[in-house]
Design a protein around this ligand. Structure first.
Ligand SMILES: *Cc1c(COP(=O)(O)O)cnc(C)c1O
Length: 391
């Protein structure tokens, strides 16, 4: 194990070694982290569903009815009635023809991209796409290339130069980019895809449950129903549980049930998780109060930060970066905030480019205005102390 020992030592020497913080209770607006109460500005639990009584009760009922495990992969006997119900629930909520649920969003990208492409195809990916898209693409036999972040001229250049050399071309983009909170230029991507006869694949992990009517996602936000071929989402972020899905045509569903490898070789989702998720979608269908509260909080928090002079980048969503720049300073800022009662993770290279270190604040529907005010004032005092605010 000396090769790993040396690598871990190297992390320590470079100041990159970290211990995982431990949360003692449920994911809430205030959490007990490593024994200390802090305002939580770092979870993806956008709507506060992760500890919601309605989801918890649905899960408990499902445990009584189905037990805790599915007992097999979906393609053998792990496909319980509740898995089928969940697929249909999501398809109907998203206004798409069909849906297949996987065990995680990561698994969707790991399984779907390789199943829908082959050696005659080209994958064109936004350079800031999520790691699971990068890894999923690596599992495909297709040729891969990237276009500059949201740069439509660059995307068109690639399409123009290379379209004719391939059978299918698949354009993949995040719906919402997780480090800056900006949206993909979906209407333009769809237009280019039509012009060059390419397929479109949108990973809407941070858009589902956040954007569109009652959280129907980025495709709904841009009113592009029926025009995106593969719509991926996660059930672990705004939906608050675990799992991932892809929506698209009925034929896509049939194919993935035969060739979506995580469905063939990894056990189906816990039935209680399916039940909790179905309840989450029931709640979103009944009312926009959850997404309204999220946006209300996000807009308030961003306005308050701007008033104090923070550089919050060009976010269009509740993801709120606070730009710092220097890596060491970013991590120092995060530590100082934690000591003062706010947990917000520092994001540095290689997750974002060198010199673009930032804190990434995640606002949720759970936060009260008082908690947000307190967080802003702690952020402000710490930033003053560290000379982070642009003067
Ligand atoms: C978080 C995320 C995933 C992974 O989703 P999980 O359900 O947590 O596995 C995939 N894609 C994007 C864009 C994400 O932000």
């Amino acid at each position: 194990m000396s090769f790993l020992f040396d690598q871990v030592k190297d992390l320590k020497v470079k100041g990159l070694y970290r211990k995982l913080p431990i949360n003692e209770g449920p994911c809430e607006a205030v959490i007990k982290l490593d024994g200390k109460e802090v305002i939580n500005l770092s979870s993806n639990n956008y709507l506060g569903f992760a500890n919601h009584p309605r989801l918890k009760n649905a899960a408990i009922d499902a445990i009584d009815k189905y037990g805790v495990g599915a007992g097999a992969v979906r393609t053998i006997v792990g496909n319980m009635r509740i898995h089928e119900q969940l697929d249909r629930k999501i398809a109907s909520f998203k206004k798409e023809d069909a849906c297949v649920v996987f065990q995680s969003g990561f698994n969707v990208n790991a399984g779907v991209i390789q199943a829908i492409t082959n050696e005659h195809d080209l994958i064109i990916s936004d350079e800031l796409n999520h790691a699971s898209i990068i890894d999923g693409s690596r599992l495909s036999k297709a040729t891969k290339t990237v276009f500059k972040h949201s740069d439509m001229a660059d995307l068109e250049r690639i399409l123009k130069e290379r379209r004719d050399q391939f059978v299918n071309v698949l354009i993949i983009t995040d719906g919402v980019f997780s480090m800056d909170g900006d949206l993909a230029k979906l209407p333009e991507i769809v237009k280019l895809a039509k012009k060059y006869k390419a397929l479109t694949y949108v990973d809407d992990a941070h858009g589902s449950g956040v954007l569109g009517s009652s959280g129907r996602g980025t495709v709904d936000h841009f009113n592009l129903h029926g025009q995106v071929d593969f719509i991926v989402g996660t059930l672990s972020k705004a939906i608050g549980v675990v799992g991932g899905y892809v929506c698209g045509s009925q034929t896509m569903r049939e194919w993935l049930l035969h060739r979506g490898r995580p469905l063939l070789f990894s056990t189906a989702m816990m039935p209680a998780a399916c039940a909790a998720i179905i309840e989450a979608f029931n709640m979103l269908e009944e009312s926009t109060e959850y997404t309204d509260k999220l946006w209300d909080n996000a807009n308030y928090f961003k306005a308050e930060l701007k008033k104090k002079g923070f550089d919050i980048g060009h976010s269009e969503t509740p993801i709120t970066p606070i730009m710092v720049g220097d890596e060491a300073k970013t991590m120092e800022f995060s530590k100082l905030l934690l000591a003062n009662g706010v947990f917000v993770s520092g994001i540095v290279f290689p997750t974002v480019p060198k010199g673009k270190g930032r804190l990434r604040c995640m606002v949720s529907a759970l936060h009260t205005k008082e908690q947000l005010d307190e967080a802003v004032s702690i952020l402000y005092r710490a930033a003053k102390k560290m000379d982070i605010l642009p003067s």
